[in-house]
Write a protein that binds this ligand. Structure first.
Ligand code: NAD
Length: 313
């Protein structure tokens, strides 16, 4: 798919040395704009920074770092965040410091720099988990079950408010379960990445709970594309789900990976984890209609992720 020419000259990508940010940076560079990355390398790495992007190592909570990074930028995509539901339960203060205070600091700099657009990376974790429809439309109530969902929602609300008051069109994208190569490997994030790494070590993957929890697994390239479409669009004050609209259980993910990597192994089951959503499928009608978004991988396909980790990256 060819990338149309960007209307921006220089875009700040916070968290651009991370999983999704590195794919987004590639797309932005391909659309002809310069990209500056602000990243504290807490989970991101220099190796992930695409050639042609400028990396500023710094923290979003540091005003001077934000001011330096945003100089000359006419748009901002804000992805830098602490990304773990489980870690946020243990350390809700640290999660909020990073995700709320970091966002406020980026927004303050974006306002001063008078950028022309802000796109904020939000999460499916903002939705209330009880009695909800599947798929979930953007109009569904937000009442997060975790500190992470709460901090992502606060960031989303602040982004839309500050954008409105400063006259800067701002949008928030609620990403669903993102998979793909280069995901930051931590014990907490990304069931696909965690299972693949277990299987490569000939260990048994552990499914939390009965494994019947449903997720909308969306390819990282599609997340990057939706974010770029939203950035380039005229949308303002809007939130968009980004997923595929398709449901896959965690058991099905384990079965698919085991079949490919270690046929015959049985996944183990551990206790269900607090704060984790039961089912989470995106209604992507709005992103389709307003942004022209269509997932390139409507069904989960983990081949390139297996290849990436098998190559010892
Ligand atoms: N991966 C998913 O499934 C998923 C789902 C929903 C939403 N999101 C959101 O997408 C965004 C990107 O997530 P990801 O999966 O690429 O995670 P990631 O951990 O790979 O990327 C986050 C990046 O931000 C950087 N960072 C963290 N805190 C920072 C700070 N205070 N200052 C500067 N840099 C900082 C990290 O070093 C890393 O490079 C996050 O905002 C996350 O909440 C991700």
């Amino acid at each position: 798919m060819t990338t149309p020419q960007s209307r921006f000259k220089r875009v700040l990508v916070t968290g651009g040395a991370g999983f999704i940010g590195s794919f987004l940076t590639e797309r932005l560079l391909a659309s002809g704009c310069e990209v500056v990355i602000l990243d504290n390398l807490s989970t991101g790495t220099r190796e992930r920074v695409p050639a042609g992007a400028q990396l500023i190592v710094g923290d979003t909570r540091d005003e001077a770092a934000c001011e330096k990074a945003i100089r000359g930028c006419d748009a901002v995509t804000h992805l830098a965040a602490a990304v773990s539901v489980r870690a946020s339960i243990e350390q809700f203060h640290a999660d909020a410091e990073c995700n709320i205070m970091g966002t406020l600091s980026v927004l303050r700099s974006a306002k001063r720099a008078k950028v022309k657009k802000i796109a904020y990376a939000s999460s499916m974790a903002v939705y209330a988990d009880r009695d909800r429809p599947e798929p979930i439309p953007e109009t569904w109530p937000t009442r997060p079950d975790s500190p992470y969902g709460t901090s992502k929602l606060a960031g989303e609300l602040y982004t839309l408010l500050v954008g409105r008051d400063a006259g800067i069109p701002a949008v928030a994208l609620r990403y669903f379960n993102t998979y793909g190569p280069r995901q930051s490997f931590t014990p907490y994030v990304g069931v696909v990445t965690i299972f693949i790494n277990k299987l490569l070590k000939k260990e048994t993957p552990v499914i939390f709970g009965d494994g019947l929890q449903c997720r909308d697994f969306v390819y990282v390239g599609d997340i990057a594309r939706a974010t770029q479409l939203a950035l380039e669009s005229d949308a303002a004050g809007e939130v968009f789900n980004v997923g595929t609209g398709r449901s896959t259980t965690v058991n099905e993910v384990a079965e698919q990976l085991i079949l490919r990597m270690a046929p015959g192994i049985q996944a183990a089951h551990g206790p269900a984890q607090p704060g984790e959503l039961r089912n989470s499928i995106a209604d992507i009608t709005k992103a389709r209609r307003v942004l022209g978004y269509e997932p390139s991988r409507p069904k989960p396909d983990f081949d390139d992720v297996i290849k990436f980790w098998s190559a010892g990256k």
